[in-house]
Design a protein around this ligand. Structure first.
Ligand code: AMP
Length: 222
């Protein structure tokens, strides 16, 4: 078994979601995207969703307390017993420290962290071109990975939609929030010796190969 907690770290648009889904499905563990979980709360109009909505619309980070409560509740569920893949979490040092505490309490070893290094112009192209299937969540890119039929998912024909926060002005704030609050986690995890860097600008297949290569190194070490 690979490290029980895998973290995908990197700026918005780096390709974390696509790769995290592949890893989760290969190891048969849940893919925990805090962004997806928050969007689900927004669309269901929960108390958390109402608090998170305006913050997400501005491209800022939702408070650590809210995100941590949501994550802790989620990983306590039985389907997380064999491990889980985080995508978009942690995003601040406070979240990373709290996660260390949670993992230690549950007797789970150090996380395996895959860091996607991608230049800003590539991120802009990825984010402005991103479309997601409303039905299954599959991610496309109108420039680099277009669907066979315009606006429709290859897998199930579902409608492809653009995320509300994938608009240029919000994208700029999300990238700034990454620089301000999340980038520092690269050093945090590097100093723990658990960081593995991949070139997120490479082709999807090449990135997948690097990600699985990195995880097998963690596995060999465990
Ligand atoms: P994502 O889908 O990961 O790009 O996240 C979309 C938005 O959800 C972010 O811009 C934040 O507003 C919020 N969000 C997602 N994950 C977190 C997190 N770990 N901490 C704080 N805010 C988050």
């Amino acid at each position: 078994m690979f490290a029980r907690a895998v973290i995908f770290l990197g700026p918005p648009g780096a390709g974390k979601g696509t790769q995290a889904k592949l890893v989760a499905s290969r190891f048969n563990v849940p893919h925990l995207s805090t962004g997806d979980m928050l969007r689900d709360n927004v669309s269901r109009g929960t108390e958390l969703g109402l608090l998170a909505k305006p913050v997400m619309e501005r491209g800022e980070l939702v408070s650590d307390a809210l995100v941590l409560r949501m994550v802790e509740e989620r990983i306590a569920r039985p389907d997380c017993r064999n491990g889980f893949v985080f995508d978009g979490f942690p995003r601040t040092v406070a979240q990373a420290e709290a996660l260390d505490g949670i993992l230690a309490k549950q007797g789970i070893g150090a996380p395996a962290v895959i860091y996607f290094n991608v230049a800003e112009d590539v991120l802009m192209r990825r984010l402005t071109g991103r479309r997601t299937c409303k039905a299954c969540g599959e991610i496309y890119n109108i420039y680099d990975r277009p669907p066979k039929v315009d606006g429709r998912c290859d897998a199930d024909g579902g409608e492809l939609v653009q995320r509300a926060d994938d608009k240029p002005e919000v994208i700029r704030e999300r990238l700034a929030a990454y620089d301000r609050q999340t980038k520092t986690l690269v050093d945090y995890y590097r100093s723990q010796g658990v960081l593995h860097e991949v070139d997120g600008a490479a082709s999807m297949e090449a990135v997948t190969a690097s990600v699985f290569g990195a995880l097998s190194k963690f596995e060999a070490r465990a």
